[in-house]
Design a protein around this ligand. Sequence first.
Ligand code: ADP
Ligand code: MG
Length: 276
Amino acid sequence: MTIIKIEDLVFEYRRDDESPPVKAIGGVNIDIEEGSFTAVIGRNGSGKSTLAKNINALLLPSGGAVYVDGFRTSDEGALWEVRRRAGMVFQNPDNQIVSAIIEDDVAFGPENIGVESDEIRRRVTDALRSVDMYEERKKSPHMLSGGQKQRVAIAGVIAMRPKCIIFDEPTAMLDPGGRREVMDILLRLHRDGITIVLITHFMDEAVKADRIVIMDEGEVVLDGSPAEIFSRPDRIRALHLDVPLAVDLCDRLRRRGYDVPPGIVGIEEMVAYLCR
Ligand code: ADP
Ligand code: MG
């Protein structure tokens, strides 16, 4: 079943009436299956964040339409239906944390949509447990590492019980340890059945997805499984993107005449092949 439907989406930023609008999305079509994990990659300015904000109705289409679980984002009255189904996690956790105590922070979203207090407590406990931050619940978010802050921000989204979570470069400001923590949580949420859209510039994160969508200049230029996407590394490099380490290694081995099988995109698969 399709949970997010992006139909001929066009988005233009308008600063004022004098200056011409900036077209950030120029006709994008993407259907996202419920429970899937999609990575969106593309160089800076290719329209990824604009796309993400159109999914949870922070921005509304200039043309075309976006549907979340059947609700059209631009329909009057659909805003909260869309937002409670599609949560969003941003790059900087500091901008997402609003309270001085972790558990209050996680309760903020459900309180705002009028969830009753027993249910809020249950949701806060569940959400903090699922990001392994329950023990820290009485602390101030300011005492936490970047990775822990991002996990609290994710707990705040989980407490809304969304069907989809859109992550916009959630690990870009984190150290390697923090990146791993956040990716572990994201993969766990995917296993629990939540639909994941991950915008990232880390290729080792993108290869963990079921599907990769590549954006360039406001359009989708490639869309396929990680193995399909990286089957032609030259095409990815021409889009000014890196290829995953394993893909680069296979590519180099092939050039030296080794008969490496296709479809290796992750480090684990590479190790399995080399040690076979
Ligand atoms: P990405 O997330 O892939 O880096 P963005 O969606 O942020 O790309 O930006 C897409 C395009 O829209 C870029 O050309 C960018 O300069 C422009 N843009 C983004 N935000 C604004 C804004 N608030 N006002 C005007 N133009 C913007
Ligand atoms: Mg961006």
